[in-house]
Ligand binder design. Structure first.
Ligand code: AMP
Length: 215
């Protein structure tokens, strides 16, 4: 099974993708994570992407589609893919069709996480993760049980994304509205879009996604 999780920054795509990975042994393909890894490693792609990401703008379609193709090639053919943060433009949606069909895969579901934009800024600005295991936390909504210690792995190191500041978040949302939201009709026309209320409690969102992929 191959699915796209679509929604603005902070809608919960990453969290829900991780849950699908744990429950079904699928693979999360997050172009944002791949780009952050490239920036950290100082690869040519990372060097090119860093300033664009810091501004909250979109990295070129060619770069992200190449990353996705490489990741799919590195996966077993029978492993399902969850696309998180990709595609983000009509050109990427077109590339994804070609990338999938040339590998004998097809898109089963596009799940749109609908959210109230005003709440997103608070969600994003407060979020941080364990620097060791990646577990997500939030200043207001989900602190570790013991302050300063990760619930999952016991690490004391946490990190925040440099682009999770208000100004960049506003740009990222504007990019979503202008370039990403318009790709939904492409998938709507194929009858594969399901909409989930991303403002609901996390477990409810997970349950709704489970119902969609079981149908
Ligand atoms: P994300 O982690 O999905 O919020 O992505 C963080 C940043 O990486 C975005 O603000 C973009 O600068 C860049 N990025 C991630 N995925 C894509 C994509 N599919 N197309 C273009 N830029 C992307």
């Amino acid at each position: 099974m191959n699915i796209i999780l679509l929604g603005p920054p902070g809608a919960g795509k990453g969290t829900q993708a991780q849950r699908l990975v744990e429950a079904h042994g699928m693979r999360q393909l997050s172009t944002g994570d791949m780009l952050r890894a490239a920036v950290k490693a100082g690869t040519p792609v990372g060097l090119q992407a860093k300033a664009v990401m810091d501004r909250g703008e979109l990295v070129s379609d060619e770069i992200v589609s190449a990353l996705i193709g490489d990741e799919l090639d590195a996966m077993g053919a029978g492993v399902g893919a969850i696309f998180d943060g990709y595609p983000r433009t009509a050109a990427q949606a077109e590339s994804l069709d070609a990338i999938l069909s040339s590998r004998g895969r097809k898109l089963d579901h596009v799940i749109e996480l609908g959210v109230d934009e005003d709440a997103l800024v608070e969600r994003i600005i407060g979020r941080y993760t364990c620097a060791n295991c990646g577990k997500g936390y939030h200043d207001t909504f989900e602190q570790p049980r013991e302050p300063g210690t990760c619930d999952k792995c016991g690490s004391h190191e946490f990190k925040r994304r440099p682009d999770d500041n208000e100004e960049t978040v506003r740009t990222r949302m504007a990019e979503y509205r202008a370039k990403t939201a318009p790709i939904l009709p492409i998938y709507d026309a194929r009858g594969i879009v399901a909409r989930v209320n991303g403002m609901a409690e996390m477990d409810h969102v997970t349950a709704a996604i489970e119902r969609i992929i079981a149908a």
